[in-house]
Ligand binder design. Structure first.
Ligand code: ARG
Length: 579
């Protein structure tokens, strides 16, 4: 249990001893901004004093006097208008550090949630034969991190890449496939060739109505089950998926399922019939819609589920997908990591799902965009969408150049490995360290800097800690024994401050899921790394005065690097051996 949770329990029992059992709100314990006043604090006395019509400072004092002796906190102190300040006992910090260093499961003090939920995570979901651009990068990276953190927290997580594999773009692609396809390019680089075909025909459509009509005819034929068109469609989807898998491989991101839109085609007509039968949907000018007369935000925004020409829509597919995820996977929650422009779409389908009687908790985890230097949507110099593969390749080659300059003596293989880990990590960390709703400016210099709030800074910190153990020049077994048997004592301020940061990990993880804010984990890891560097400057480790101090500090360093690498792995980032 995290320290704030333990303190909350202690507060409750102190309140009971004082005779207060009915609480208007659960007591909250927050971290202190200024450690001179303690490690954590609570304003519960001020909240209760109002209700109980008492003096807040006196009430705070009473609570402190009845605080359990065996608490992790020393006797609480009262400050200001009635804050209760807690100072964690040094031996509690020390025991925590020993536990983090020794835990065979490397949970860094975190306990899995008591009630595991089945959570379906819908993220990335690019569209076939359209570019997976940097807009998708946000969904991909945020979604993967949330999946990792929810899993680590003990939930049953199912990741599903709901790719757009059945849209109107296939009219254009099939027409292009039949007229302008370059088969050898298709073999070389299928994604680029499919994209070229799509773009070329798209441009032709804008200029020429006859091309538009040809594309429309191909789409109608596909939807009617035309053999040849279905085969072309199938090939496009296969090639696209193969190309996408290459990108996800580089990112170390994997999906449990790839149930694209087309997987739900057979469920659309029955779903619409059911919505009509249940009087949720109705006909309007030949189309079938769900109206929301009672919801202010959706009053004039009906959800269209079948067009007058009989075609189904994005919303219809999403509703069928919810049905499937609830029936087949027993989803308790579905999380959609999709850009903010789709907010209305999700509001509508969530409301329809509710009317259908679904109890599943539905969350749209929206995000902003990535901007270029000019603070407009990021584009290439020729004005096109920047492609994710290009971003990743450039990140790797830029970090390769940095490694080359910093550490020319490494072997080529080592340089390759390191630049891959650092380059991909930099793109991920730049993304995750922003609040997801912020539009952020993409900057290579900022994301690759060795100092500052970056991936290389954190990765380098972990490498540096690992190198302390290498300098020991002892067999791993001996080091393991040392780490599992040496007691920790914390006497210097810098040691205590580092221990305090390490102990915060279990309280940070739930706050990330509560509000879907991986940026809180990023900030935490930066604080942790900074606390380590201050400790390392103030306290010699291998050159400490006596053996027990050396060993205690080694355990502290080990607990740090464990927490750092565990945190980084939850962000989908790796740590190289050297840097
Ligand atoms: N393919 C869509 C797009 O690129 C995103 C799909 C998101 N997931 C969903 N279930 N609607 O805009």
């Amino acid at each position: 249990m995290s320290f704030p949770d333990q303190l909350t329990n202690d507060l409750k029992s102190a309140l009971t001893s004082v005779g207060i059992t009915e609480l208007p709100t659960a007591p909250t314990v927050t971290v202190s901004q200024d450690t001179r006043f303690g490690d954590y604090q609570s304003n519960i006395a001020m909240v209760l004093a109002k209700v109980e019509k008492k003096n807040p400072r006196e009430l705070a004092q009473q609570i402190a006097d009845h605080f359990p002796e065996d608490s992790i906190s020393a006797k609480p102190e009262i400050a200001g208008p009635g804050f209760i300040n807690f100072r964690i006992k040094p031996e509690v910090f020390a025991a925590h550090i020993e536990n983090v260093a020794r835990d065979p499961e490397s949970r860094c003090g975190h306990t899995p949630v008591a009630e595991a939920k089945t959570i379906v995570l819908d993220f990335s979901a690019p569209n076939v034969a359209k570019p997976m651009h940097v807009g998708h990068i946000r969904s991909t990276i945020i979604g993967d991190t949330l999946a990792r953190i929810a899993r680590f927290s003990g939930h049953h997580v199912i990741t599903d890449n709901h790719i757009g594999d059945w849209g109107t773009q296939f009219g254009m692609i099939i027409h292009g496939w039949k007229t302008i396809l370059n088969t050898s390019e298709l073999e070389n680089d299928p994604i680029t060739e499919l994209l070229r075909v799509y773009k070329t025909i798209n441009d032709q459509c804008k200029a020429d109505e006859s091309v538009r009509n040809l594309c429309k005819a191909e789409l109608v034929a596909l939807q009617a089950g035309d053999e040849e068109n279905l085969q072309i469609w199938q090939r496009c989807v296969e090639l696209s998926i193969a190309g996408l898998k290459g990108i996800y491989e580089k990112l170390d991101i994997h999906f449990d399922h790839w149930l694209g839109e087309s997987a739900f085609n057979g469920r659309l007509a029955p779903l619409v019939t059911r919505l009509i039968d249940e009087k949720i949907a109705e006909e309007s000018d030949g189309a079938i819609c769900v109206f929301f007369p009672d919801i202010k935000a959706l009053k004039d925004r009906p959800c269209l589920i079948r067009k007058a020409d009989g075609g189904f829509l994005y919303a219809t597919t999403d509703l069928a997908t919810i049905d499937f995820r609830v029936q087949e996977w027993q989803a308790d929650e579905i999380w959609y990591v999709v850009g903010a422009p789709q907010q209305l779409h999700f509001q509508q389908i969530f409301e329809v799902a509710k009317q259908m009687g679904h109890k599943v908790a539905l969350n749209h985890i929206a995000h902003g965009s990535i901007l270029g230097d000019d603070h407009k949507l990021m584009r290439t110099r020729s004005g096109e969408n920047v492609q994710l593969t290009d971003v990743l390749d450039e990140a790797v080659s830029r970090s390769r150049a940095a490694i080359e300059a910093k550490n020319p003596g490494l072997s080529d293989d080592e340089k390759d490995d390191i630049s891959e880990i650092v380059g991909i990590g930099s793109v991920k960390f730049a993304e995750l360290s922003q609040h997801r709703m912020t539009d952020y400016v993409f900057s290579w210099e900022r994301m690759l800097a060795l100092t500052g709030d970056t991936a290389p800074y954190l990765q380098y910190s972990a490498v540096r800690i690992q190198s302390i153990f290498r300098k020991l020049e002892k067999p791993q077994e001996e080091i393991d024994t040392l780490l599992t048997t040496s007691p920790v004592t914390l006497s210097e301020n810098a040691e205590l401050e580092l221990a305090r940061q390490i102990s915060r990990f279990p309280e940070i993880i739930p706050t990330v899921l509560d509000g879907f804010r991986p940026n809180l984990l990023c900030t935490y890891l930066l604080d942790l790394a900074r606390a380590f560097h201050s400790f390392f400057e103030a306290c010699p480790v291998l050159k400490a005065e006596d053996k027990s101090t050396i060993n205690s500090r080694l355990v502290l360093a080990h607990a740090t690097v464990r927490t750092l690498t565990t945190g980084l792995s939850l962000l989908g980032m790796k740590v190289p051996e050297k840097m």
